[in-house]
Design a protein around this ligand. Sequence first.
Ligand code: ADP
Ligand code: MG
Length: 416
Amino acid sequence: DGVLYTEVRRPCRVMILVNPHSGRRQALQLFTGHVQGMLTEASIPYTLVITEHQNHARELVRKADLSQWDALVIMSGDGLLFEVINGLMDREDWQEAIQTPLGILPGGSGNALAASIHHYSQSPPAWNEELLLSCGFMLCKGLVSSLDLVSIHLASRQRLFSFLSLAWGFVADVDIESEKYRHVGAIRFLMGTLVRLASLRVYQGRLAFLPVKEAPRFPKGTIKTHHPPSTPQHPSLCSSLRCRLAPSTSPNLCNSTNSNHNTITNHTIPTKRPEAQSDGKIGAPLDSLLPGLDQPVPDSWTVVKEEDFVLVLAIYQSHLAEDLWTVPGAMADDGLIHLFYVTAGISRPALLRLFLAMEKGAHLACGCPHLVYEKVKALRLEPITPHGMITVDGEMVEYGPVQAQVHPGLARLICG
Ligand code: ADP
Ligand code: MG
């Protein structure tokens, strides 16, 4: 009868992880000021977890009983989601764990994924609180799509999973050097770009990639076709959100909000560093396109002739930052790595023009002969310049040879 039914269609339980130090250190205030009311209105019970240190979220999701949670939502910049995804992939049950719907609420200074999902929803551009409200609304709607992840191998045999970007040279330098301006918010990237332009560098290295159009020499089935953007898969997050979308059909089932669900939890986890990732995670997905980093790339790959670069950027979302629309056609699940590189010889004004044009996604129309764009499935970068920075999802990683391959639709994302 009705009572039993109410229990079956329990409300959706969401863990919201907040990094109080991200962005202008206002993520918690932004949450209580703008999102909390929306969630209550939508009858979505949640547990707020305030991170206490770097890797806290990673440790937490690595050990969490995921049967307790219908979604993991990050209120921070992209760095905290990077922790959560890698925490999920660290688990022995990664295959199931990575199916947990992930959500993002922009609370950092680098909110690339939030800007991207807002863009995928075909809404006009939004920034700051307006972007937060849009993402909060998407969370309440609870539509879930596939999210590509990119597996990244570093020289120390460490393996990482990335949802946004792999950068070397100019972009990586700006990302890391501008962290000291985090308090100014998203504009830190423009400030960092101007500073870096003044001391423009050339980075030497070798770049190779597996282009998308090339027929790959691998067994059938290792490359999955992606869903065309016109037919997105959008199953709802859970029944309570479905009934939020159609309240008239089952009003009673939606009114099960209990304010006791909305607790603030300050988890304390021993401050030991997480164990170094072993080479290759237990059973984690096989990178069938990648030879060992010490092996030559297969013949089907393209080796870039130039070895002098200003930047190399592999990106798999539309936006690199709130006001950098880097990949006009990108989708969260297009199964592609969008590889950009800028070769040496570009003038400072021309490079600045590219970044300014990127606000409107117009950089590829600049006709800049130094800018190259390729759609790829895998890539390898071997820096020759002895010192430099490489970032993954905006976080600095070990400098050295690195290779990557895309895993179409490995994760799930609340968007749309
Ligand atoms: P921002 O966009 O401002 O850079 P991020 O979400 O990228 O925000 O977080 C920045 C860094 O802070 C990331 O490396 C993340 O792992 C780390 N971090 C997460 N929680 C905390 C915390 N409580 N204290 C300090 N650093 C944290
Ligand atoms: Mg960051």
